[in-house]
Write a protein that binds this ligand. Structure first.
Ligand code: PLP
Length: 426
């Protein structure tokens, strides 16, 4: 029995399923989760001493790699000054100024402690601002686990939402409309029926929770103009794409401006941070300026702000995103070539430092239906084969993967060599 296996057994005694977030349990790929001891640059080391090239990046935050020396030093210094005050600090201002400069659609920003809190608060704000109850989201997009957002489509195209989890009142779920990603006609139809009642459209501007699916040309622009027409708030959930696909996020990459933006992951540099912000007129509705309530004991925590802000400084170096994107492209192109040579049908999507592989005969994957109809058995074999070769991919076929600035040619080449062997044996 490995040390990881022993820990998993022990964990299950007092932690539901042995994990503090479900995807970590390896249910999507079978087998038992690996327990990690430390990370360094592009590498993770497990409790048994095995080394892996990491493409999970703590699910996105570690865009400069694990334990970046500057981030760690800054965090140590901040921690020595105090772990939290629950009162205003100067570093919160620096964080707000930095975020609003890098993401110009954000006039005002409020810090929170997770992506879930960011989207939940943005939805409440949009409802408070418009005085409307309904929201529209897209099938396959994940926005954290707030009640209004854990909702899938009903069986007909225009039925009201159905909770994806017990515990969510139907009366709440029916205010969430769900339509297919990249399908503007469905959005138009939903607005034709419910337009005056829709407070907000929330979208992952590059979907990263049904593998990786970029927006079709015109999709985000179409959402912008529909929201303008009906007076609904357009929310870009950039928890994953923010500071990941470009310095200014997907809104800079695709040049479409939302009313509100939610952030998480990279903005905390590995510590628990989220944020939401946007147009001044909307954000001024938030307490204490306005009547929409929102608060947090740990919001703006100085140690977390330091980790995030130091990471945000590192990503502002010249050509950071050009290089990140080039490395990711090199990896994806190499993987597709090796799959082709091995006779394994594969498609891929990539935007900036995020990418996704699909075991499918289709040339392009653009929606939830296609993403969920890929060959899952093949993915599982590939995942475990790569794990055995020291490559740590997301333990689910429906998660995007991430490259960090610490991934150099050496790691990309080693990943391609491992993939060549694994794909040949599939
Ligand atoms: N929004 C998106 C797009 C996400 O990918 C996630 C998490 O993966 C969330 C929101 C929720 O963030 P958190 O897990 O920090 O609550």
């Amino acid at each position: 029995m490995t040390h990881s296996d022993e820990l998993f057994q022990r964990a299950q005694a007092h932690i539901p399923g042995g994990v503090n977030s479900p995807v970590r349990a390896f249910k999507g790929v079978g087998g038992k989760p690996v327990f990690f001891a430390r990370g360094e640059g592009p590498y993770l080391y497990d409790v048994d001493g095995n080394r892996y090239i990491d493409y999970v990046s703590s699910w996105g935050p570690l865009v400069v790699g694990h334990t970046h020396p500057e981030v760690v030093a800054a965090v140590q210094e901040a921690a020595a000054q105090g772990l939290g005050f629950g009162a205003p600090t100067a570093i919160e201002i620096e964080m707000a100024e930095t975020v609003c400069r890098l993401v110009p659609s954000m006039d005002l920003v409020r810090m929170v402690s997770s992506g879930t809190e960011a989207t939940m608060s943005a939805i409440r704000l949009a409802r408070g601002f418009t005085g409307r109850d309904k929201i529209l989201k897209f099938e396959g997009c994940y926005h954290g686990h707030a009640d209004s957002l854990l909702v899938k489509a009903g069986s007909g195209a225009l039925t009201l939402g159905v909770p994806t989890s017990p515990g969510i009142p139907l009366a709440l779920a029916e205010h969430t409309l769900t339509v297919s990603y990249n399908n503007l006609d469905a959005v138009q139809e939903a607005f034709a029926h419910f337009g005056g009642q829709i407070a907000a459209v929330i979208v992952e501007p590059v979907a990263g929770n049904m593998n990786c699916i970029p927006p079709a040309p015109g999709f985000l622009e179409g959402l912008r103009s529909i929201c303008n027409e009906y007076g609904s708030v357009l929310i870009f959930d950039e928890v994953m794409t923010g500071f990941r696909v470009a310095l200014g996020g997907a809104q800079e990459f695709y040049n479409v401006t939302p009313d509100l933006t939610t952030l998480g992951k990279v903005i905390g540099g590995g510590l628990p941070v989220g944020a939401f912000g946007g147009r001044r007129e909307i954000m001024e509705m938030i307490s204490p300026l306005g009547p929409v309530y929102q608060a947090g004991t740990l919001s703006g925590n100085p140690v977390a702000m330091t980790a995030g802000l130091t990471t945000l400084k590192l990503i502002q170096t010249p050509e950071f995103y050009q290089r990140l994107s080039q490395q990711t492209q090199k990896l994806v192109k190499g993987l597709l070539e090796r799959a082709h040579d091995a006779g394994v049908p594969m498609a891929a999507n990539q935007v900036g430092g995020m990418f996704g592989l699909f075991f499918t005969e289709e040339e392009e994957v653009t929606n939830y239906y296609q993403a969920t109809n890929c060959n899952l058995d093949r993915f599982k074999l590939f995942f475990h084969g790569m794990l055995g070769q020291g490559i740590y991919l997301a333990p689910s076929a429906f998660e995007a993967s991430f490259v960090s600035s610490a991934h150099g040619d050496e790691q990309i080449e080693a990943t391609l060599q491992a993939a060549e062997q694994v794909l040949t044996e599939l």
